[in-house]
Ligand binder design. Structure first.
Ligand code: ADP
Length: 626
């Protein structure tokens, strides 16, 4: 018998599982059944495609049994691919994925301590330790002679020894702890399987004992061994829609998405004609926790004629739809399609193309039929969807229709169509303001002129918007214009604005001198009414927020883009400033105009102490006057 140490990450995970996970403990059974089903899928595939496996007797089934009493046990057994010694070490002793550290942090920090996360991350086997003080795995790899027994109490170590097993497959025996005792019960097991695993496409048998009755209705002494098939064991997605109820779809979702919640939406499509395929997609209610990790787990599985091919192909659906869960099943692909070739496969590409259109059009329908539910969706998934604006040109227009924004006029969210309807007659563009904080944005002086003219401005407080919207092109004939940029107000200038600009020229030259290279330029503004000054970015420069974002991402080599200071020529301060002589006081006022405009935009000052000194000088004079 050989003792092994768990990889550190596994030990940490097990520690968390044993000591702090308490919601949805029952999901351990879903995870074990899902592993058994995967093992059957793998063997099925090999027996159909690989000469070496064609002789193997493939009689797929999952068997569940339990014992009651002082030391209750629960056993899940499958006739799948099994594992050899090396695979045992690799699969049940290590976690090879790179997001593990982040996952562990998320799990230990998550207030809900929700065991669902375990399944989502793909370490479901370890959830057995929520309910078991000891776990044994007896397994034999298909095509190999030796069987092995893996044993652990989940505390740092496991052992592997040679064992016997009649045929290939895996048996997992849980020695239940006090938390797990309740699961050694026929009805409890039956209920969990029906809830989470009803549509696993292989038969699941539950073995139990029943007290026998004789003809006269008397209890017989001997208990009778019984076996029932618990699940319906059909590929749900292949069944006609008319036969399926919401609850059927939801059950299937819970098993494939490792979620305990119902989905927000499902989309089931049988396509026939030039191509035969079936797709069943789900949108979860809540975003998968790894949605923003580069190594997120894709949620769509590929089948060919009901044979599982892969659940680890990020190309099956576009990245911006990575939150989708579900199944693609093609009748036209060859069974032995290699994973490397999948991406260039034209059938798959067409299925993907049609599927994306289908999903987007269903979302459009939802937006029409149930606004509230759609907003719920948008709050969870609007961010990835917006990525589609630059990554999916073909569907850009639809995605623009689906997009929702906060705005200066709408309560909650607005669509671009609703915005268009509210446009003022002379308006030629869609205006938006970007920044980090909705409240700051709503009070920004940059909005003053737009508010005064009754022009609606979209509020974009997601740092992603600053990057995406400029790439989104036009909505119908309307360009998107960032209010944070110097040229946004150009087309709204009146002839009297232009006159004022001329008049302000000499003063502007003097302010430029006073500010030196702190600014790229100083301009007369037409966008201000109540504030004396504001800062904007030059038309092709990144905005101040964008620069801050790039810096926070560790990009320190970006050149410095200086802001443009705009002054309001009609403001009393600016008018009086024109009458001031050059000198320290004049340049202090110029600096304060610049600095307060930076602060209003939520930016940091280069020299806050100097700012405070200048401000205090002004305060000094103000109190002296009284
Ligand atoms: P996941 O199944 O999501 O990959 P798990 O932690 O549940 O993560 O399982 C780890 C690995 O152990 C699986 O990927 C699989 O290779 C192996 N495994 C688990 N259960 C079985 C089983 N019943 N038969 C064969 N292999 C299994």
């Amino acid at each position: 018998m050989a003792a092994h140490q768990f990889q550190t990450e596994v030990s940490q995970l097990l520690h968390l599982i044993i000591h702090s996970l308490y919601s949805h403990k029952e999901i351990f059974l879903r995870e074990l059944i899902s592993n058994a089903s995967d093992a059957l899928d793998k063997l099925k595939y090999l027996t159909l495609t690989d000469e070496a496996y064609k002789q193997i007797d493939f009689s797929p089934r999952i068997d569940i049994s339990f014992t009651e009493g002082e030391h209750p046990t629960l056993t899940v057994s499958d006739t799948g691919i099994g594992m050899n010694e090396n695979e045992l070490v690799e699969n049940l002793g290590t976690i090879a994925r790179s997001g593990t550290k982040a996952f562990l942090e998320k799990l230990s920090g998550d207030a809900r301590k929700d065991s669902n996360l375990i399944g989502q991350f793909g370490v479901g086997f370890y959830s057995s330790f929520m309910v078991a003080e000891k776990v044994e795995v007896i397994t034999r790899r298909a095509g190999e002679e030796n069987a092995y027994r893996w044993t652990s109490d989940g505390r740092g170590e496991y052992t592997i020894e040679q064992d016997a097993r009649e045929s290939h497959g895996t048996t997992v025996i849980l020695h239940l702890n006090d938390n797990g005792r309740e699961f050694a019960n026929r009805w409890r097991i039956d209920g969990i399987i029906k809830k989470y695993s009803n549509h696993i496409p292989f038969p699941i048998y539950l073995h139990y004992e029943e007290t026998g009755w004789d003809d006269k209705g008397n209890k017989k002494q001997d208990k009778v061994q019984k076996t029932d098939q618990v699940n319906s064991a059909s590929a749900l997605w292949k069944r006609p829609k008319s036969e399926l109820k919401d609850e059927d779809y939801y059950e299937f979702y819970r098993s494939i998405a490792h979620d305990s919640d119902d989905p927000l939406l499902y989309i089931h499509t049988h396509a026939e004609g030039t191509m035969d395929y079936t797709t069943l997609f789900y949108i979860p209610k809540k975003a998968p926790f790894d949605m923003y990790y580069a190594d997120y787990r894709p949620g769509v599985k590929l089948y060919v004629k009901r044979v599982f091919i892969t659940d680890d192909d990020k190309e099956l659906m576009p990245v911006y739809l990575r939150f989708l869960r579900g199944v693609i099943d093609s009748e036209d692909l060859p069974l032995n399609v290699s994973r490397e070739i999948l991406q260039q496969n034209s059938i798959l590409r067409k299925i993907r193309q049609a599927s994306v259109k289908k999903v987007l059009s269903e979302l459009e329908k939802l937006a029409e039929s149930d606004k509230e539910k759609y907003i719920e969706f948008w709050k969870e998934f609007g961010r990835p969807i917006k990525e589609g604006l630059y990554s999916d040109h073909e569907n850009r227009e639809t995605i623009l229709k689906l997009a929702r924004f906060k705005s200066t006029k709408a309560e909650g969210y607005t669509s671009l169509l609703e915005y268009e309807i509210r446009m003022v007659p002379e308006q030629k563009a869609i205006y938006y303001i970007t920044g980090q904080n909705e409240k700051t944005l709503r009070q920004s002086p940059l909005l003053e002129m737009y508010n005064a003219k009754g022009i609606e401005v979209l509020i974009m407080d997601d740092e992603l918007d600053d990057v995406i919207i400029p790439m989104a092109g036009k909505y119908k004939e309307f360009e998107f214009k960032s209010v944070n940029r110097s040229d946004a107000a150009e087309d709204l200038k009146t002839s009297s604005d232009k006159e004022k600009e001329q008049e302000a020229k000499p003063l502007i030259e003097r302010i430029k001198k006073a500010l030196g290279d702190r600014v790229k330029d100083v301009k007369a503004s037409t966008r201000l009414s109540d504030s004396p000054s504001c800062i904007v970015a030059d038309s092709n420069d990144p905005t101040v927020q964008m620069q801050a974002l790039l810096k926070s991402m560790g990009k320190n080599d970006i050149p410095e883009f200086k802001p443009i200071l705009e002054i309001n020529p009609t403001h009393p301060i600016i008018q009086k400033l024109g009458d001031m002589e050059d000198g320290t006081e004049f340049s202090d006022v110029c600096m304060l105009l610049f600095e307060q405009a930076m602060l209003v935009e939520g930016m940091k000052l280069e020299d806050p102490a100097a700012f405070a000194r200048r401000l205090n000088n002004m305060l000094d004079r103000a109190v002296e006057k009284k």
